[in-house]
Write a protein that binds this ligand. Structure first.
Ligand code: PHE
Length: 369
């Protein structure tokens, strides 16, 4: 065996024996580094006669290339081995049950939000969003409530100074939105009909008792097309309520009402039985108000850049927290936002029971209690 073959064989053995990246790199330096054995051989070329030099040079280069490939392959092999060992050590047994004492809960507001989205998604609605801090144009003006409109007073608005370096100025002040209806305008600004959206979100009014908190949640709905009518509004909301309360023959009624941004306007009530001990949805002779709705006012369409001679539609707005109270029998709204761990353990839902129209909406079995 010639020198070069002996050297090659020895290096191959060293590569095979290398147990980690460091050992392998040492072998590489010893063989191919500046003073490595193969490099040293290359240096002897200069002293050789021309013909030998060409032949030997070729040989060394072939050996060099082969060793380089061997080292690269070994490197890959070592890395894979390391990764596999790591994965083995960090394995998680996903079949183990959760430990109930460390398991979080889904808040009833989140649960109801998921349920509402699941139902409206099935009806072809998409979800739109708007900012919590809103300008007066989107919260009021564009909704047919110009400055000094009496309806502005109805809403106990929190105003925010829009420029902290200046005195408060009512004309330029922003608001924390008093309702999600501003998202109607924001949607129309972005999109031409057909429109079919719901807009869930936080809303704010200066109010505090068992059924009112300064921050609460609403879901807005908006449908605009060429021939959308009050009958579509009634059918859509009726189907929604039946699905949401999971009651097939739910009694509902619409009462005439007033909102500046809809004409005609109505409020929807659902039938229930109120006793001292309980509230039963769907039976009995009592009525509960659940939402406001109506046909979008032509002025609102115009403010959103939509031609009221061509398009018409309906809108509705409901209090999500209120729906959660009714569906899950929670008596006091204030407790929703007190972050009391005992409350959430009692009224919350287990995280694995998410709502869908096929697997079940509320998964009552998923109630934590
Ligand atoms: N924005 C109204 C409220 O907060 C609800 C509503 C929305 C009524 C859309 C009609 C149409 O009370």
């Amino acid at each position: 065996m010639s020198d070069i073959e002996v050297i090659k064989k020895e290096i191959e053995e060293q590569i095979a024996k290398a147990e980690d990246a460091k050992a392998l790199d040492d072998v590489r330096v010893l063989a191919l580094g500046k003073k490595g054995r193969v490099t040293e051989l290359l240096k002897t070329l200069g002293a050789m006669p021309m013909e030998e030099r060409i032949e030997f040079g070729k040989k060394i280069n072939v050996v060099k290339a082969e060793l380089e490939t061997l080292i690269a392959n070994k490197k890959q092999e070592l890395e894979t081995k390391l990764l596999n060992e790591k994965l083995k050590k960090e394995v998680i047994d996903v079949t183990l049950p959760c430990r109930p004492e460390v398991q979080g809960r889904i808040h009833p507001v989140s649960k109801v939000y998921e349920e509402i989205v699941a139902i409206f998604a099935e009806m072809g609605f998409s979800v739109a969003e708007g900012p919590d801090i809103e300008d007066q144009f989107h919260n009021f003006n564009a909704l047919n409530m110009p400055p000094n409109h009496p309806a502005r007073q109805m809403q106990d608005t929190f105003y925010i100074n829009s420029d902290a370096t200046k005195e408060f100025d009512m004309d330029t002040a922003c608001v924390v939105r008093t309702h999600t209806s501003g998202v109607q305008i924001r949607t129309m600004e972005k999109q031409q009909p057909p429109i079919r959206i719901i807009a869930p979100g936080r809303t704010y009014r200066s109010d505090y008792d068992a059924t009112h908190t300064p921050m609460f949640h609403q879901v807005e709905g908006l449908v605009i097309d060429k021939k959308t009518t009050m009958a579509d509004l009634k059918g859509c909301l009726y189907d929604f309520m039946k699905a949401f309360f999971e009651v097939d023959d739910l009694p509902v009624r619409y009462r005439p009402s007033y909102f500046p941004f809809t004409e005609p306007s109505a409020e929807m009530d659902i039938g229930c039985l109120k006793t001292k001990e309980e509230l039963k949805i769907g039976a009995g002779t009592d009525w509960l108000e659940v939402l406001g709705c109506g046909m979008v006012h032509p002025n609102v369409l115009r403010a959103g850049g939509i031609d009221p001679d061509e398009y018409q539609g309906f809108a509705f707005g409901m209090g999500t927290d209120r729906l959660a109270m009714l569906k899950y029998g929670i008596p006091d709204l204030r407790t929703f936002f007190e972050s009391d761990i005992r409350w959430i353990k009692y009224y919350g839902f287990t995280p694995l029971d998410f709502s869908s129209m096929t697997s079940g909406l509320s998964n009552n079995g998923g109630l934590a209690r």
